[in-house]
Design a protein around this ligand. Structure first.
Ligand SMILES: [Zn+2]
Ligand SMILES: [Zn+2]
Length: 244
């Protein structure tokens, strides 16, 4: 199995360190055919882009690099945060429509849009990090929220399911089965990735194996994810960035 793309990388436009050009060069240096620049949406506290229109700036910057870096296809997407129990993302549809790729993920620290979201979703999720029974309740709420997200937005990838906030990976995989939405095996974080692969296999959902690189030198660092899917015999044709 060969991984030909890394669809999740960050730049200095959010909380990464490199420029889009450096990420694309790094991916080309590792022999990848495709790479995506996917900075955090604007509501993520301390790590998000300055505003939704930043993604248009990144698009223009990446488009201008195409002549200089002809051997790799560079996509511009976003890693949008789920900011309400109804699955709302922190990016307007006008911007999402202009992106090549949409990643949606659960992250604990973002600015809620209103008091109701804050009280019923954002703060309980923060509390659940320290309390087991609250955690189980929020696992249900988060799973429902993500399923709403994939029903209402053109989500290509769900980033690191069950990493920072709890989610039922089986329910999620069942909702993704038959859809274009892939669950992510994220090589940049330590969490129960085996459960993601097993859930995807059980329900027939697709996977994506991404680095979530925040430094250019980590772009395309996918070997641990490749080893995992090979060990569990997950089929390449169900991995959106793999070929046999
Ligand atoms: Zn993330
Ligand atoms: Zn990320």
């Amino acid at each position: 199995m060969i991984l030909f793309a890394d669809y999740h990388t960050h730049t200095k436009y959010s909380d990464g360190r490199g420029t889009p050009a450096q990420n694309i060069e790094a991916a080309a240096g590792r022999g990848l055919a495709e790479v995506a620049i996917t900075d955090h949406g604007p509501k993520s506290i301390g790590i998000g882009v300055a505003g939704p229109e930043t993604f248009i700036t990144i698009k223009e910057e990446v488009a201008a690099l195409a002549l200089r870096l002809p051997n790799i296809k560079a996509l511009v997407g976003a890693e949008a945060a789920v900011i309400g129990s109804d699955g709302r993302l922190d990016l307007p549809m006008e911007i999402i429509d202009q992106l090549d790729l949409l990643i949606a993920g659960l992250h604990p620290y973002y600015m809620p849009e209103n008091l109701e979201d804050a009280l019923l979703y954002t703060l309980p999720n923060l509390a659940a990090r320290f309390n087991r029974s609250a955690r189980e309740k929020m696992r249900n709420a988060n799973t429902k929220a993500l399923i709403e997200t994939i029903n209402n937005y053109p989500v290509d990838i769900i980033s690191h399911p069950d990493l920072m906030l709890p989610v039922d990976t089986n329910e999620l995989a069942r909702a993704c089965a038959g859809k274009e939405t892939a669950l992510e095996v994220n090589t940049g974080h330590h969490y129960n990735k085996e459960e993601i692969v097993r859930s995807a296999a059980r329900w027939g959902a697709k996977l994506a194996i991404n680095s979530d690189a925040h430094y250019p030198e980590n772009v395309g660092e996918l070997a641990s994810g490749l080893a995992l899917v090979e060990r569990l015999r997950f089929p390449a044709e169900m991995i959106i960035n793999a070929v046999n």
